[in-house]
Design a protein around this ligand. Structure first.
Ligand SMILES: Nc1ncnc2c1ncn2[C@@H]1O[C@H](COP(=O)(O)OP(=O)(O)OP(=O)(O)O)[C@@H](O)[C@H]1O
Length: 222
């Protein structure tokens, strides 16, 4: 772990729970500079894969190679410090890295959090809590970011802000793996799409804006 170049690599990764094989011999690479979507029906293994990549869980078999350095993450259920303000949340996470105040302000503004910067996080609407959770994933400017359903609870304008921000972030060598049921929303910006079905890789290829991701997905998991 932490022993490979700038990519995350899963080699033959299996995760079994009692009686359930959540992931079954997965081989995928998450390459530097890609906006990489992970899709699949409910229960196909996406969250399990995230937990393994983040080191929150261990595979039953296989290996996960992570690059050196921190991996940012946004969770399926937003996890913020509810008693602290938006700025205090951002400041605490920023202080764990060295990306600086200017970058913090860029993230806050790009994600539309300026109007609520002094509000207590626990009092925010679901959408703003989601935006804050996404901001916390980026505020240290990590090389790799994993986002689990970042568009949930967001209105159309906020969705566009998140998608635009994530797409810009991936210009250069920054990398985002996003688990989402909203392939059509991310579609034009995607570099790679991996689809899981029943814990196995059903599709794993480079894509571009010409591809109809939703149609492709429908064919795969129909
Ligand atoms: N802690 C656990 N104990 C037992 N089974 C689990 C556990 N976590 C996940 N599973 C099972 O593993 C399989 C994959 O679950 P996972 O949550 O990774 O899917 P998912 O693709 O993220 O689903 P969703 O889109 O609904 O979030 C499911 O059958 C699930 O019930």
């Amino acid at each position: 772990m932490g022993d490979s170049g700038p990519e995350i690599r899963l080699d033959g990764v299996t995760r079994r729970y009692d009686g359930v094989t959540a992931l079954d011999g997965i081989n995928i690479r998450i390459r530097a500079g890609d906006l990489h979507a992970l899709a699949g029906p409910n229960g196909s293994g996406k969250s399990t894969l995230f937990a393994l990549v983040l080191g929150l869980d261990r595979p039953t078999a296989g290996r996960i190679h992570r690059p050196d350095g921190r991996i940012g993450c946004g969770f399926q259920t937003p996890s913020v410090y509810p008693g602290l303000s938006v700025d205090e949340n951002l400041g605490i996470f920023a202080a764990m890295g060295d990306a600086g105040d200017e970058w913090l302000a860029t993230v806050r503004s790009a994600l539309g959090l300026d109007p609520v910067r002094d509000r207590v996080a626990g009092d925010l609407s679901g959408g703003y809590q989601r935006l804050l959770d996404v901001a916390l994933a980026f505020v240290r400017r990590p090389r790799f970011v994993l986002l689990d359903e970042p568009l949930d609870e967001l209105d159309d304008a906020a969705r566009e802000r998140v998608i635009g921000f994530v797409a810009d972030y991936c210009e250069g060598d920054r990398t985002v793996l996003v688990s989402t049921h909203h392939l059509d929303a991310f579609g034009p910006s995607l570099d790679r799409l991996t689809v899981l079905a029943d814990g196995q890789v059903a599709f794993d290829e480079r894509v571009d804006e010409r591809d109809d991701h939703r149609e492709l997905y429908r064919e795969l998991v129909a």
